[in-house]
Design a protein around this ligand. Structure first.
Ligand code: HEM
Length: 454
């Protein structure tokens, strides 16, 4: 069993037990949990995101957890919650352990996740256990081609990505502006085409139905399930999967012969939901490149040396996308629930303990990372990020996102296409400035760019 490494603060002073007081627990609730839940865990709420940016809520959460780590040491911090054992992880080693020892004894299928994701993907991989989880995970890994930087369908995918981005760039240039609304319309079309094919390009109803369920999922067990909408959505997804248009993920599914426990439509509902995060990462990366001339120059050089119509990895641009996800992780809370008793140094935590990993603490830890608040894409190519078990925008271990490669390919290719069309200057009213520390919270929905042709 892994032992927890002591935090430097523990070696030169007396450490209080790793039990938070009631007041400290209320602070964690008010400064970490409430803001994260308020912005919408499953479907972001634009108004709340704007407020979160205004008050830089992630900074306050990070500072609180750093203070608690100084006061209590870095062992899992038990919150004072009656009737449940909930601990917050404060050390990178513990993050590494919990992610590596997933799904047993640390199951990703937690009470909260089950209540939320169950509203639109009751058979989703993340909300499953035992054999169904194994089959669903295996299916996702196979169809999404977890270990291949370029999916075997990368070429037909790229053709669709390029068409959508050409159209978006032309529209934005005609209007002189690229904003979230315009971007989102194109992004949703692009996602439907990559997943289902051209027949779904204009099927906004399918996205709207999923969004309605996701809004309800934000409230987890506080609102009832909307079974009628879910059944209609599942039916629609099945129709697209049966059609299996060539060159799409639906066609990749058709090559599989999944176990009946898999429920492919539920896995696909997760994919459509998760592509939203990819869109946010794209807009944030575009913003970072807009204010960082040096990095923009390197990215443009990489584009200059590559062919626009051939699928390529584009390692530098890919690192920029990963870096935007380090700075602003789209899954800020990684949750696990233990299936047995677990030992943590001198302490034992009971079966059913909830483990909370708040990733911004580790991604933006000024006490550990010299580049914490700086846009530093190089950490993703020089081995720095790889060596740090707590830099986990796509999670880690056996529940790591199986679509990391596919997502990075899609976002990087779309970004590349947009950059080939023109220049993007950030319009005013955002918190990003050249040479200043990056803000802890960045609302993607209020980003907008003045665009000009190359
Ligand atoms: C920027 C975009 C994305 C990010 C940052 C991201 C991140 C993550 C993270 C952090 C997890 C693991 C959660 C945990 O450990 O509890 C996860 C799981 C998963 N993601 Fe992604 N994801 C993204 C996009 C996608 C896309 C586009 C797809 C599908 C096409 C996808 C498919 C999945 C699946 C199926 C799982 C569940 C894995 C399991 O149950 O073991 N993700 N993702």
């Amino acid at each position: 069993m892994t032992e927890t490494m002591p935090h430097p603060a523990e070696t030169d002073r007396v450490v209080r037990p790793s039990q938070a007081s009631v007041f400290e627990t209320l602070e964690v609730a008010a400064r970490v949990v409430v803001p994260t839940v308020a912005v919408g865990v499953v479907k972001r709420r634009p108004l709340m995101m704007a407020l979160a940016e205004r008050f830089q809520v992630d900074r306050s959460a990070i500072r609180l957890l750093q203070r608690l780590r100084d006061d209590h040491g870095s062992r899992p911090l038990r919150l004072a919650v009656p009737g449940r054992t909930i601990v917050v992880l404060l050390s990178p080693d513990d993050v590494a352990r919990v992610l590596a020892e997933t799904p047993d004894p640390f199951s990703p299928d937690t009470v909260e996740k089950h209540a939320a994701l169950g509203k639109f993907q009751p058979h989703g991989s993340l909300v499953s256990r035992n054999r169904p989880r194994r089959e669903r995970r295996r299916f996702n890994e196979a169809v999404l081609e977890e270990h291949r930087p370029l999916h075997h369908l990368a070429a037909p995918m790229l053709a669709r990505i390029n068409e959508e981005c050409d159209h978006l760039a032309e529209e934005a240039q005609a209007a002189g502006r690229l904003d979230w609304r315009r971007f989102q319309r194109s992004w949703n079309r692009l996602v439907r085409r990559v997943v289902f094919g051209d027949a779904a390009a204009d099927d906004r109803a399918v996205t709207a139905a999923l969004n309605a369920l996701r809004r309800s999922a934000n409230w987890a067990y506080l609102t009832p399930r909307r079974e009628q909408i879910r059944e209609a959505l599942t039916e629609r997804l099945r129709e697209y999967l049966d059609r299996a248009e060539s060159g799409t993920l639906a066609a990749a599914i058709a090559r599989e012969d999944p176990d009946p426990a898999v429920h492919p439509a539920d896995q696909v509902a997760h994919w459509l939901f998760a592509f939203d995060a990819a869109g946010m990462a794209l807009m944030r990366t575009l913003a970072l490149l807009a204010v960082n001339r040096g990095h923009r120059h390197v990215a443009r050089c990489e584009l200059g040396a590559s062919a626009p119509d051939l699928p390529e990895e584009l390692p530098y641009l890919r690192a920029c996308v990963l870096e935007s996800l380090r700075l602003w992780p789209t899954t800020p809370l990684l949750l696990r629930e233990s299936t047995t008793e677990t030992r943590w140094g001198p302490e034992t935590l009971p079966e059913g303990t909830s483990f909370v990993i708040y990733t911004p603490l580790f991604h933006r830890d000024r006490e550990r990372l010299p580049f914490a608040d700086r846009f530093s894409p190089d950490v993703w190519t020089d081995g720095t990020a790889e060596a740090d078990p707590a830099l986990v925008p796509f999670s880690g271990g056996p529940a790591r996102c199986p679509a990391e490669n596919l997502t990075l390919f899609t976002v990087t290719s779309a970004l590349a296409r947009l950059l080939r069309h023109g220049e993007y200057r950030l319009a005013s009213g955002h918190p990003l400035y050249t040479g200043r520390p990056e803000p802890a919270t960045l609302d993607p929905f209020s980003l907008s760019f003045n665009t000009t042709a190359m």
